[in-house]
Design a protein around this ligand. Structure first.
Ligand code: ATP
Ligand code: MG
Length: 296
């Protein structure tokens, strides 16, 4: 909260109501990213005028009726993080689209439309749900619900008691010859709390990697690139760091490999087909950081 006060202009009043809820299994850096993205959007919605930004933390008991309104919810106790603003609000036709990657109403160069896509990806990875209420001209409230860790939920071994995504600031190397793809991946991963080094040229990526090989936690590479393909790149990496996992993204179905081909590159932990949604990218990255030696 203190950090936010520094970021927000003084025309915006802040208030917070924090009750002590049950714990949640969550990655603190990712929760911080969620809160920052929501508060920055709220600030933009109140741009140039007086406004109130209210952040709350409490619990919500979700019943069958509420589950009917949101497919991500299951009956049970949730911890609720809410961010409410008195800004411009969201017109109903936009409300359907705000979580789409690249949906933005901001001017070119002002917004990428990735903020809420990142929020959505993080919340889904934590088995949570998002509720939004907005009135044009009145303001907006985002409620982020995370499953509460109660004694009952631990005993029942619900999916909510699975371990959370990994701790953050892991360093990810991205290699793709298409600059726009690099741009999107970089933004998405940095906003989720990872460190990212990106290259459009696999030879330059290799050189950079050789300079500090111990500093990386995961590699995401394209398959078809001029100079060196993703498989050759993976082999070169394996000579230096055989333990480091690589996710290879392919452009066409025809590029998918057989088990035997993959067995020749044991450091490739996953081959995925483009295009990937922000949610699936975040899930892939957190899964392979969490279970680095899992099956392909
Ligand atoms: N609190 C809010 N009040 C009004 N509109 C909002 C609010 N939050 C989001 N929106 C709308 O949803 C759109 C998408 O938000 P999102 O955070 O994904 O992208 P952005 O803010 O436009 O760009 P970026 O976050 O990448 O800088 C916004 O452009 C805006 O139209
Ligand atoms: Mg935003």
């Amino acid at each position: 909260m203190i950090l936010l006060r520094f970021v927000l202009p003084s025309t915006i009043q802040m208030s917070h109501k924090i009750n002590r809820p049950h714990p949640v299994l969550a990655d603190p850096t990712q929760i911080h990213q969620v809160l920052m993205n929501l508060c920055i959007n709220a600030q933009h919605a109140m741009e140039g005028r007086q406004g109130l930004l209210e952040v709350g933390l409490d619990e919500l008991l979700v019943d069958e009726a509420l589950c009917g309104q949101n497919a991500d919810l299951r009956p049970g106790l949730y911890v609720r993080l809410s961010v409410r603003d008195t800004g411009c609000g969201i017109p109903p036709e936009n409300l359907q689209r705000i979580f789409e990657p690249f949906f933005t109403t901001k001017e070119v160069g002002q917004g990428t439309g990735l903020g809420l896509a990142v929020v959505h990806g993080i919340v889904r990875n934590h088995n949570g749900a998002i509720l939004v209420q907005s009135q044009p001209g009145q303001g907006t409230e985002f409620q982020i619900l995370f499953p509460a860790q109660t004694e009952a939920s631990n005993e029942k071994h619900q999916p909510t008691s699975q371990p959370p995504p990994p701790a953050n600031a892991e360093h990810i190397l991205i290699v793709d010859d298409e600059q726009p793809i690099i741009h999107i991946l970089k933004k998405l991963l940095i906003r989720t709390g990872y460190r990212v080094t990106a290259h459009t040229d696999p030879c330059a990526a290799l050189e950079d990697f050789r300079a500090h090989p111990a500093d990386f936690h995961l590699i995401l590479t394209d398959l078809t690139m001029p100079g060196m393909n993703g498989l050759e790149f993976a082999d070169k990496i394996r000579e230096i760091r055989p333990d480091l996992r690589i996710i290879v993204a392919t452009g066409f179905r025809g590029d998918l490999f057989t088990e035997t081909q993959l067995a020749e590159h044991p450091n490739i932990c996953k081959v995925v087909e483009k295009p990937l949604t922000p949610e699936s990218i975040l899930r892939l990255v957190s899964e392979h950081l969490l279970h680095p030696r899992g099956p392909a």
